[in-house]
Design a protein around this ligand. Structure first.
Ligand code: NAP
Ligand code: ZN
Length: 351
């Protein structure tokens, strides 16, 4: 074991603060990575504040962070994909049983025995796993991703969660070329959803609660922007969408968006609000519409997404912060005041 600097929360009501944690020595299958950048996902905030207590209660101290990019510093003897000096990424998963049918199908995100990057039982050291708000991480090579070298590294970090979470359900839906796609909520996930939907050839409409984001959404390439609090704007588009991706992090009226779907349209939830959403049966029945959920993506699909981003020059629009400003960043994220992902420059942790 070795000891490193990290930022952790001591309880659901504590701010994040400087701490020290242990990492395991690299086993033969492990890759040790010096973390250069870590994105801030709304899931970090949900977890730190124990907002998902009924599904996955938070164990403290909690070190969040699952949008990790860095440089390989050491590899175990059986590692073949990486060598010291390589760039590497780590997302939301650091382990799974790799024997269940889901793992065999490349769906590690659905493995019943998966280990999340933070707040999951740690098979190696006991206790729980600690995430990317830290100097380094040690991960089984199967869960380490290759990072395209032509992209801005800080802008790549959010691809490891916000990227794959939006890429995967759109790919799964089918060919989006020429389809009418809605993206609800223009935050970290939402702005990546817009970029992917456009790259897949869709006609993209953004639903936002923030009139101030309208210009940005158009600059990102959205064909139209709807201010969701305006009933006339909403009514104009009722019954017209093939696919909608809902990224909202808080309680909201999902029926308003189900009613935007054409017949046989699908709305996929990726946002994970703390409280259950009330779904109108009639909104689904009349129109034969469907409601689905989706969680990140498998490892092979995450690599496919990163390679796609490398080929198409896609990164996240980020605001780079020092780790000392993390608590303020959380408050701004809660106010939907982030354009469009905070990324921590991990050099600031060394100060
Ligand atoms: P984020 O950057 O905070 O963006 C969420 C956006 O939702 C906000 O920017 C805002 O967009 C909109 N919004 C927030 N509060 C709202 C409210 N009360 N009513 C309506 N709209 C509201 O968060 P994120 O990192 O993108 O994450 C979004 C959600 O996805 C979180 O719940 C997170 O835990 C979850 N998540 C799920 C997965 C998965 O695998 N399924 C992966 C990562 C994250 P506007 O200002 O445009 O309205
Ligand atoms: Zn995330």
């Amino acid at each position: 074991m070795y000891n490193i600097k990290a930022y952790s929360a001591a309880s659901a009501t504590s701010p994040l603060a400087s701490d020290r944690i242990s990492r395991r020595e690299t086993t033969e299958r492990d890759v040790q990575i010096e973390i250069l950048f870590c994105g801030i996902c709304h899931s970090d905030l949900h977890t730190v504040r124990n907002e998902w207590s009924s599904i996955m209660p938070t164990a403290y101290p909690c070190v969040p962070g699952h949008e990790i990019v860095g440089r390989v510093t050491k590899v175990g003897s059986a590692v073949t994909k990486f060598k010291p000096g390589d760039l590497a990424g780590v997302g939301c998963l650091v382990d799974s049983d790799q024997t269940c049918p889901n793992c065999k199908a490349g769906l590690e995100q659905l493995c019943p025995n998966q280990t999340l990057t933070f707040n999951s039982p740690d098979k190696h050291l006991g206790g729980i796993t600690y995430g990317g708000y830290s100097e380094s991480i040690v991960v089984d090579e199967h869960f380490v991703l290759r990072v395209p070298s032509n992209l801005n590294l800080a802008g790549v970090a959010p691809l490891l969660c916000a990227g794959i979470t939006t890429y995967s359900p759109m790919r799964r839906w089918g060919d989006l070329k020429g389809k009418k796609v809605g993206v609800v909520g223009l935050g970290g996930l939402g702005h990546m959803g817009v970029k992917f939907a456009l790259a897949f050839g869709a006609r993209v409409v953004v639903f936002t609660t923030s009139p101030s984001k309208k210009e940005d959404a158009l600059r990102l390439g959205a064909n139209e922007v709807i201010i969701s609090s305006n009933p006339e704007e909403m009514q104009k588009h009722a019954g017209s969408f093939d696919f909608i991706l809902d990224t909202i992090a808080a309680s909201h009226d999902i029926n308003a968006y189900i009613n935007m779907l054409a017949h046989d349209g699908n709305i996929t939830l990726v946002g994970a609000p703390e409280k259950p959403l009330a779904v109108s049966a009639f909104a689904l029945l009349f129109g034969r519409r469907s409601l689905s959920g989706s969680v990140i993506g498998g490892i092979a699909e995450t690599q496919e997404m990163l390679d796609f981003c490398g080929k198409h020059g896609i990164t996240s629009d980020i605001e780079l912060i020092k780790i000392q400003d993390i608590n303020e960043a959380y408050e701004r994220m809660l106010k939907s005041d982030v354009k469009y992902r905070f990324v921590i420059d991990m050099a600031s942790l060394k100060v």
